[in-house]
Structures are given as structure tokens and as C-alpha cells.
Design a protein around this ligand. Structure first.
Ligand SMILES: O=C(O)CCC(=O)C(=O)O
Ligand SMILES: [Fe+2]
Length: 202
């Protein structure tokens, strides 16, 4: 077996060009994953997300939360959020993910999808407050969900499954050339928690 095989495992790049997406698979075992899932559900300050689109206020069914090293302000969809201080479990997760990825992160955006009917539309995470081409590490707990990428120009699509306890890393120029989404599905009835560790500048 080739330990540095670039066609499989975490070294495989799922994107055919202009970006890097590595799927590490499950980096937490079943017991750890169940623990983090339950604990995050119960200890995170979940709130419905608010967005202003053409001045109209929208409230999502999905819940969100935002944590960081200090009280960073973070603006998207014309709404400004202020980061809360890390919880014990979030710091543990951050440390594990930093060791796995050999990257560092100073903030984390969390999403809670109550059922498969909640998802996230096509977008990229290249907001101005984020470090340019900084890696984004996405950790998933709970229901397995499909995740998709679409090239901005060619519309090429790449799909993968984000499993309970898994880690996905988006790096390099991914956010400039590719959109991503979490497609809604009627087939999933259980909740899912997703954490995206990021680097905020400023
Ligand atoms: O839930 C996911 O897997 C993706 C979340 C996402 O893309 C984001 O928070 O920017
Ligand atoms: Fe995203």
C-alpha cells in the first residue's frame, strides 16, 4: 500500500482543477462522535440565522453559532455577528483538527440542520474577513449528508458524502473557483451538526 497515494484517502484531491478538497473520512470514532454530537447540541448557543436580502429580513430554519479566539465581528448577508468564546469541547475539536490538518484556525461557524429538508444553498466562503486562500476545515456529526461542489464557469460538479465524525478540508483557490452547497433531501430525518473552522483576519 502506498501511504502517499494521491488517488485515495486524505491525499486525494476531489477537485479536477483550480482548488483543493481533501476528505479525511472519519477522524473520530463512533463513541467520540456520539459524544460531540450530543454535547454540541446541548451546549452551543444555537440561534436561527438572520439574513437581509434586498432589505428584506429572512430567518432560516437551520440554526447557527459563531465562536472564536476573541470577539471577532463577522459580516455576511448584511448581518453582523460577534464571536462567542470557545467552549471546552470546541477547543478540543479545534486542537484535534489542527493536528490532523497541520493548519491553524481562530474561529468556527457552526450549523445545525434539524432534518434533511434543511440545507445550504450554493455559495463560497471567500468573504473579505477571511484569510485569502486560507484552509477551511469542515467537521460533521450526526446524519450523513451529501455535499456538492460546482465550478463557477464550467459548472462541473463533484459530490461526496460527509459522514458522522468526518473531516473535509477546502484549501488553495477552492473558494475563488468553486461554489459548494448542502443539498436538501427528504431521505434524511435526523439532525446534523457541522463545524467549519476558519481563519479570520483583522
Ligand atoms: O454544512 C456543511 O457541510 C457546509 C456548511 C457551509 O458551507 C458553511 O457554513 O459555509
Ligand atoms: Fe460554506
Amino acid at each position: 500500500m502506498d501511504l502517499f497515494d494521491s488517488t485515495s484517502g486524505k491525499n486525494k484531491n476531489w477537485l479536477p482543477k483550480e482548488g483543493i478538497v481533501n476528505y479525511y473520512g472519519k477522524v473520530f470514532n463512533q463513541k467520540e462522535s456520539d459524544f460531540f454530537f450530543e454535547t454540541l447540541l446541548n451546549t452551543i448557543e444555537w440561534k436561527n440565522d438572520e439574513a437581509y436580502i434586498f432589505g428584506k429580513k429572512y430567518v432560516t430554519k437551520r440554526k447557527v453559532a459563531w465562536y472564536g479566539d476573541r470577539d471577532f465581528e463577522y459580516t455576511y448577508s448584511n448581518a453582523t455577528k460577534r464571536a462567542l468564546p470557545w467552549t471546552k469541547e470546541l477547543l478540543e475539536l479545534k486542537q484535534t483538527i489542527e493536528e490532523e490538518t497541520k493548519e491553524t484556525f481562530n474561529s468556527c461557524l457552526l450549523n445545525l440542520y434539524h432534518t434533511g429538508e434543511e440545507g445550504m444553498a450554493w455559495h463560497s466562503d471567500g468573504e473579505t474577513d477571511l484569510k485569502k486562500n486560507g484552509a477551511i476545515a469542515s467537521v460533521s456529526f450526526g446524519a450523513d449528508r451529501k455535499f456538492a461542489f460546482k465550478h463557477r464557469e464550467t459548472k462541473e460538479k463533484v459530490e461526496l458524502l460527509l459522514e458522522h465524525g468526518s473531516l473535509l478540508v477546502m484549501a488553495g483557490t477552492t473558494q475563488s473557483h468553486w461554489l459548494h452547497r448542502l443539498p436538501p433531501t427528504k431521505l434524511v430525518r435526523r439532525p446534523r451538526v457541522n463545524l467549519t473552522f476558519r481563519t479570520i483576519i483583522g
